[in-house]
Ligand binder design. Structure first.
Ligand SMILES: Nc1ncnc2c1ncn2[C@@H]1O[C@H](COP(=O)(O)OP(=O)(O)OP(=O)(O)O)[C@@H](O)[C@H]1O
Ligand SMILES: [Mg+2]
Length: 272
């Protein structure tokens, strides 16, 4: 198998006295979608924030292309090709599609005092990039972000990340607030990103969404990776139980806590 693009080795994260992540080991390869599952407060967002340069791990290593990396800020992670799409973050309702696509890297025309934003070029490139992803309803770069549906906004953000060369795409609950049709739109875009060879980390609370796009699943319980399995290894019922707080989840939660109490705070190795 190829070298994972992203790899976490024994990653721990504490905020002061609060231990949020315990000994996380995970890897994601090019063209693979890792679904990160787990209840509210399990540590999913904290985990991806350590990959996005928002938090530094308290201990452990994050590797990119097999080499250890440390990010001082989100910009450094972005420059390496790790794009994070937050649910409602990053876009401004009153900005045009073309503008928001190029925010910070606007194409210009003219020189010196005549230099100005090249609206036409920005719009053309943005609309083409988005349409290449199959979002053909967006055909006018002057339209405002505020007029797009939630699904279209998510898709635009993903298309933008891919256009600017992202190799890792991190999506924190992109389908949470969407209806069925819009969510399936976003899932299709995720599969397209996968097809283009990106490594995708996808957080969701919805089993069907996870099962539609996931190649690999990691279940976090109380900050520990309680289960780590590949597509086809667990049934929908088993996954639902793990995700939704069924009996198996409660049992597993207790097991994890007992193990940690008797093993110096270390989490048990994940079940397969
Ligand atoms: N900056 C922080 N300082 C202290 N505790 C924090 C901080 N950030 C997160 N936590 C705690 O870490 C735990 C995990 O939070 P996190 O946001 O990662 O959960 P999550 O799995 O993303 O949950 P949700 O599904 O609700 O989004 C929570 O108990 C939270 O209160
Ligand atoms: Mg979260």
């Amino acid at each position: 198998m190829s070298t994972p693009i992203i790899e976490l080795e024994n990653v721990n994260k504490s905020f002061g006295p609060i231990d949020v992540l315990h000994d996380i080991n995970l890897r994601v390869r090019a063209g693979e979608v890792l679904c990160l599952l787990g209840d509210n407060g399990a540590g999913k967002s904290t985990l991806i924030k350590t990959l996005a340069g928002v938090h530094k791990p308290t201990s452990g290593t994050v590797k990119f292309d097999g080499k250890p990396v440390e990010f001082d800020n989100p910009k450094q992670a972005q420059d390496m090709g790790i794009a994070t799409v937050h649910q409602f973050g990053g876009t401004f309702p009153l900005m045009s599609i073309g503008r928001s696509f190029f925010v910070g890297v606007e194409p210009t025309k003219g020189w010196g005092i005549f230099k100005r934003y090249d609206r036409k070029t920005a719009n053309e490139i943005a609309v083409k990039a988005v349409q290449d992803f199959g979002i053909t309803r967006i055909d006018d770069g002057d339209r405002l972000i505020g007029g797009l549906s939630g699904g279209e906004r998510q898709s635009l953000a993903i298309a933008r990340a891919v256009h600017f060369g992202a190799r890792v795409l991190i999506l924190d609950e992109p389908t949470a607030a969407l209806g069925v049709k819009q969510a399936s739109h976003v899932l299709r875009i995720v599969l397209e990103a996968k097809k283009r060879g990106l490594a995708v980390i996808f957080i969701t609370h919805q089993v069907m969404h996870a099962m539609t796009v996931g190649d690999h699943f990691g279940v976090l319980i109380k900050g520990a990776l309680a289960a780590d399995f590949r597509k086809g290894e667990k049934s929908r019922e088993e996954i639902t139980d793990l995700m939704a707080g069924g009996e198996a989840l409660a049992d597993l939660g207790e097991e994890v806590e007992e193990y940690m109490a008797t093993h110096d705070g270390h989490a048990p190795p994940p079940q397969h």
